[in-house]
Structures are given as structure tokens and as C-alpha cells.
Design a protein around this ligand. Structure first.
Ligand code: NDP
Length: 298
């Protein structure tokens, strides 16, 4: 029997832990965790993401601040806002929604967020801590952190002896995911567009993670029987079966056929996706505990 992971349920349990940690921190220290979300421009998808992040932050009991800036915001004005949030003692986490509208440069903005408030885990200090195996001191990028929750719930903390293959090497997902699996003692291969014989590389994986952005690229004969398959891809494709002009979301994994081979698999939607916001909340409460001089909850 294949287990299909219910990402919404796992995310809900992470959120319950965050809520309880938020109450404990406030009652014991008077510190209320604060998350500031910054959005520039009017991209509807980005606005939808930001409003769910702000809403979830409120539900967790955080001080939730949203800064909505117009399309024509200058690099200097955005940098000034980040500097103000860096200096604000009530704010423990800062998230600047990406991508930024042109011609704004995202990299200088990402790197200007204080590492201890970088709840997206994108600052080079946090990426460096992860790369050097310092999992306690930094903040980890939310989507790979969420995917690791699934891995831990399936295999436990120690992945000794297991082969993991991550397809994709982005700074946002592929690289931090590989680093997390390595830190948990898996033997890790990071594959990408220049990898030779990708199906054979994938067939070696006990844990196969796909973060490519190509609809249903991973086929059943790429999957080792009994493997865990984690699908990070989010691709909108035409769905004529639902009516003219209709679309649907699919992952990077051909779900129906791969589910017959894998022992554990994540669906799209409803797998990794819901974990991203949950881990953003988890990172914010971790940042708030550290600022209060407390050990963050596990
Ligand atoms: P990027 O476009 O930054 O990276 C894609 C990676 O896939 C690259 O490393 C690229 O290789 C590799 N790749 C592309 N084509 C192939 C191929 N044919 N064979 C092997 N490797 C290939 O994407 P992201 O990492 O940001 O995102 C990947 C997917 O995950 C997207 O669908 C995105 O929407 C989704 N996503 C979902 C999130 C969520 O659930 N919340 C969060 C983040 C991402 P190379 O480096 O050689 O070009």
C-alpha cells in the first residue's frame, strides 16, 4: 500500500506547535513574535501568497504587519524599509515577497535582511550555516525545511545508508534540500539539467525529490520500487477534461503511475505546498525565541 502524504494535515500539526510555542513565549517572557511581510507591486499571485502568510501569522498569535508598496517603489525606498524593520525590536521575522517587479534587484534586498530575521532562509549567512552543517544556529529555507518534515516522519532523524536524489539545484530549494539530507546522513546526489542519464540516477534513490518546474517529468520507471517520492514542482497545465480553457496544477512527478511504484509519495496540490507557509511560521517563532534568549522548540 502506498502512503499519500497529506501535506495539509502535517502543516496543521506544525501550526499547532507554533501556536502553543507563541503562547508560551508570550506568557513567560512578555515577547510576542512579530512577522513583517513586504510586497511590492500588484502581481495577483504574489498578493494571494502574501495575504495567506499574513493571515496565518495572525492565526498563530503573532504581531503580523504587512507593507504593501507600489510598483514604482525605488530600490532605496525598499532598502530603507528593510533597514527600519531590521531595527524594529517588535519584528522577529522579515519576508520580502519574491519576485520583485522590474527593475528592482532582489539579491541586495535579500542580503540586507538581518540573518537572524531572515525567515525565508535566503541570506548567505543562513545558507552558509546550513552548508557547514550548523542546523541549530541559522534559519533554513521554508520549502526544503517542510519537505524534511515529511522525510523525518517517514524515516526518522537518521538517514544512514539511504540514497537521496534531489533533482534541481536552485538556491531556494535544491541546494538547501541536498544539504539537509546530507546533514541527516543520507548519501546525496544533486541532479540538474546537465545530469547524464537522469532516469538511471533517479532509480538509485530511496528518497527522490523533484524540484524542476517541468510537468510530470518523473515517470514510473525512474522510481525505485518502495522509494519515497517528494514532488515540489508546481506547474499549471491545460485541463480540457474540466472544460474549455480550464487549467489544473500538477507536479514534476507523474503522480498516478509513480504512486504504484513508490511506498510514500506527496501529491500536488496538497503535499509540499502547504508546508512552506507552516515552516515560515516555524522560522518566525524560532527567531523570536532566540531573540528572547530562549532555546527554540523542536
Ligand atoms: P528553478 O527554476 O530555480 O530550478 C529548477 C532546477 O531544475 C534547476 O536546477 C535546473 O537545472 C533543473 N532542471 C530544469 N530542467 C531540467 C531537466 N530537464 N532535467 C533535470 N533538471 C532540470 O526552480 P525552483 O527550484 O525555484 O523550483 C522548482 C519547482 O518547485 C517549480 O515548479 C516551483 O514552482 C516549485 N516550488 C514550489 C514551492 C512550494 O511548494 N512552496 C517553493 C519553491 C519552488 P540547471 O540548474 O542545470 O538549470
Amino acid at each position: 500500500m502506498t502512503t499519500v502524504i497529506d501535506g495539509k494535515a502535517v502543516a496543521a500539526s506544525v501550526i499547532e506547535t507554533v501556536k502553543s510555542a507563541t503562547r508560551t513565549l508570550e506568557s513567560e517572557t512578555g515577547v510576542r513574535a512579530g512577522l513583517a511581510v513586504v510586497i511590492v507591486g500588484d502581481d495577483p499571485a504574489s498578493h494571494a501568497y502574501v495575504s495567506s502568510k499574513s493571515k496565518m501569522a495572525k492565526e498563530c498569535g503573532f504581531l503580523s504587519i504587512q507593507h504593501t508598496l507600489p510598483n514604482e517603489t525605488s530600490q532605496q525606498d525598499l532598502a530603507k524599509l528593510v533597514a527600519d524593520l531590521n531595527a524594529d525590536p517588535e519584528i522577529h521575522g522579515i519576508l520580502v515577497q519574491l519576485p520583485l517587479p522590474k527593475p528592482l534587484q532582489s539579491e541586495p534586498i535579500i542580503q540586507s535582511v538581518l540573518p537572524e530575521k531572515d525567515v525565508d532562509g535566503l541570506h548567505v549567512v543562513n545558507a552558509g550555516k546550513l552548508a557547514t552543517g550548523d542546523l541549530e544556529g541559522g534559519l533554513v529555507s521554508c520549502t526544503p525545511a517542510g519537505a524534511m518534515v515529511f522525510v523525518r516522519r517517514t524515516y526518522g532523524e537518521d538517514l544512514s545508508g539511504l540514497n537521496a536524489v534531489v533533482v534541481g539545484r536552485s538556491n531556494l530549494f535544491g541546494k538547501p534540500m541536498s544539504a539537509l539530507l546530507l546533514a541527516a546522513n543520507a548519501t546525496v546526489t544533486t541532479a540538474h539539467s546537465r545530469t547524464k542519464d537522469l532516469p538511471a540516477v533517479c532509480r538509485d534513490a530511496d528518497i527522490l525529490v523533484a524540484a524542476v518546474g517541468r510537468p510530470e517529468m518523473i515517470k514510473a520507471d525512474w522510481v525505485k520500487p518502495g522509494a519515497m517520492v517528494i514532488d515540489v514542482g508546481i506547474n499549471r497545465v491545460p485541463a480540457p477534461e474540466r472544460g474549455e480553457g480550464k487549467t489544473k496544477l500538477v507536479g514534476d512527478v507523474a503522480f498516478e503511475e509513480c504512486a504504484k511504484i513508490a511506498s510514500v509519495i506527496t501529491p500536488v496540490p496538497g503535499g509540499v505546498g502547504p508546508m512552506t507557509i507552516a515552516m515560515l511560521m516555524a522560522n518566525t517563532i524560532i527567531a523570536a525565541y532566540r531573540k528572547a534568549g530562549r532555546k527554540p522548540p523542536k
